[in-house]
Design a protein around this ligand. Structure first.
Ligand code: FAD
Length: 481
């Protein structure tokens, strides 16, 4: 049954929260977004989203989902310097020292900085007549109509101005309840909904954790439109054989943002010379291009400990009037740049669920959201389990999947169709099952048979060199300037 809500409240005004608010705006008289941060008037990184200083690519599926929620957003971002391009044509994706075969994938991804993207999304959502964004407002707790009853429902949140708040128990005066028919927790990886539920006797969602102890170092450099043959991105992702990545992405303002990654205690440096030397430990071209570029900043770092998936779709007793989305649902290694896109697809699912009414909303929403989380959890987190130093060993099925995807990627360096199949899955535009259609499996198998001995030698060499820090030349290198 379709029921219009009086008020929906969203905890967190980052991408998942803002996009959820845009979905809710059609179904509630009023939507209130609460964020504890100061939300800047300009496109600037902010402390509540510390990752915003680092590389953020927007995949085709995420861009399309945002476009559906906020029509015209892509054009607006392109007018401000964002670059839209077919991912397979304008990106070099390295598999060891080779690249995925070029071609036309139809995947129109957007290269734009995270602060500009968030700023434009926030501006658009704030302009919706029934949406209010309250900054510097911390959500301390949920409010339920019957704190311990089995049929309890969430009827609002307890909030306070940020300054002086020391925690739920010691909350100072100024705490108020914001009533709501629906509360959406989009407060990111440190979300407290599991704790709030458990304290009231509701089961917390089962939590899957895969430790990666990942560290990022990021710097920005000057870019000209013709640099690197007009590419918008060079991606040198990590793999169990080469457990570090280097990613270079075009940004508005004639900039490259370059991000380096290390896992399980390996910390990429920010000092310019060391940064370039670290980038050169990967066989791709990033390390060779950097010395020719003008540095624009002093760099930034970021770390997090683990991929975390909270299995809300499996919780048997859950209060009505509450949803969880974005990184609060699943925060994972952004190796393939999927987090914002998953958040956008979840917001679209929310809109779809609300169009069918509010009855049984949580069960329907979590089931649909889980399908979008499944891809990164299979493709990226499954692979993370095999990184050197991993303390969360991959089950047999995951190891087999990793071997198969590895073989597919190697075959896709010579086969544009396979490259497109892989990219469609990594862009969340197709399910992982499309990697295993009879045609794709046959092509991967034929390529593996053809390349058998060469592949084994290459893998052995990669494994030997994986731990070392010495660089070596790559295959097809974009011209440095
Ligand atoms: C280094 C790095 C690189 C990444 N690169 C990419 C990429 O290339 N492409 C991509 O798609 N994704 C990428 N991601 C993932 C992406 O950043 C997230 O998936 C995305 O920001 C969605 O997160 P979110 O809105 O759920 O949470 P967040 O962005 O973490 O925002 C949470 C918000 O909640 C607010 N908040 C928290 N607690 C409270 C509270 N109690 N009360 C009020 N407000 C609160 C915070 O201030 C913040 O605004 C990357 C992540 C990292 C760490």
């Amino acid at each position: 049954m379709t029921q219009r809500m009086s008020r929906a409240v969203v905890i967190g005004g980052s991408l998942a929260g803002l996009l959820s608010a845009s979905a809710l705006a059609d179904h509630a008289d009023e939507v209130v977004v609460l964020d504890r941060d100061r939300l800047p008037d300009e496109p600037l990184a902010r402390s509540g989203v510390p990752q915003s200083q680092h590389v953020h690519g927007l995949l085709a599926s995420g861009r399309e989902a945002m476009e559906e929620l906020l029509p015209g957003l892509t054009d607006e971002l392109c007018a401000l310097g964002g670059e839209l391009g077919d991912f397979q044509e304008r990106t070099q994706f390295y598999v060891g020292d080779r690249t995925l075969a070029g071609g036309t994938s139809g995947l129109l991804a957007l290269a734009v900085s995270r602060p500009l993207l968030e700023h434009r999304v926030r501006t658009r959502v704030a302009a919706l007549p029934n949406v209010t964004i309250r900054e510097r407002t911390t959500v301390l707790d949920l409010v339920l109509d019957d704190e311990s009853g089995p049929a309890a429902r969430v009827v609002g949140v307890a909030v306070a101005p940020l300054d002086g708040v020391a925690g739920p128990e010691k909350a100072p005066s100024g705490v108020e309840t914001v009533p709501a028919d629906l509360v959406v927790d989009a407060s990111g990886r440190t979300a407290r909904t599991p704790e709030w539920l458990e304290r009231r006797g509701f089961p917390a969602p089962a939590e899957e954790r895969v430790r990666i102890d990942v560290a990022y170092a990021t710097r920005q450099f000057r870019r000209s439109a013709t640099h690197a043959d007009g590419l918008v991105a060079v991606l040198q992702p990590s793999s169990p054989e080469l457990p570090r990545s280097a990613i270079m992405l075009a940004q508005e303002g004639d900039r490259w943002i370059v991000g380096l990654t290390g896992y399980h205690g390996v910390r990429p440096p920010t000092d310019l010379e060391e940064f370039i030397a670290y980038a050169a430990t990967h066989p791709g071209p990033v390390g060779r291009m950097l010395p020719t570029l003008e540095p624009l900043d002093d760099g930034a770092t970021y770390r997090f400990a683990a991929n975390v998936r909270r299995r809300y779709e499996k919780v048997r007793r859950f209060p009505a009037g509450l949803l969880v989305t974005g990184d609060a649902l699943c925060a994972f290694d952004p190796a393939y740049g999927q987090g914002m896109s998953v958040a956008a697809l979840e917001a679209l699912e929310l809109r779809g669920c609300l169009a069918d009414g509010t009855d049984d909303l949580a069960r329907r929403f979590f089931a649909r959201a889980a399908r979008h989380v499944d891809t990164p959890w299979t493709l990226v987190v499954g692979r993370d389990r095999e990184l050197p130093g991993s303390t969360d060993p991959a089950p047999w099925a995951t190891r087999m999947m990793n071997r198969y995807v590895g073989a597919l990627l190697r075959a896709a360096c010579d086969d544009a169709e396979l490259a497109t199949v892989f990219l469609r899955v990594s862009h969340l535009a197709a399910p992982p099952s499309t990697l295993m259609t009879p045609r794709v499996v046959a092509k991967v198998a034929r390529a593996a048979l053809r390349r058998g001995p060469a592949d084994r030698t290459r893998r052995r060499r990669d494994q030997e060199e994986g731990g070392r820090t010495k660089g070596r030349p790559g295959a097809s290198t974009p011209s440095p300037a």
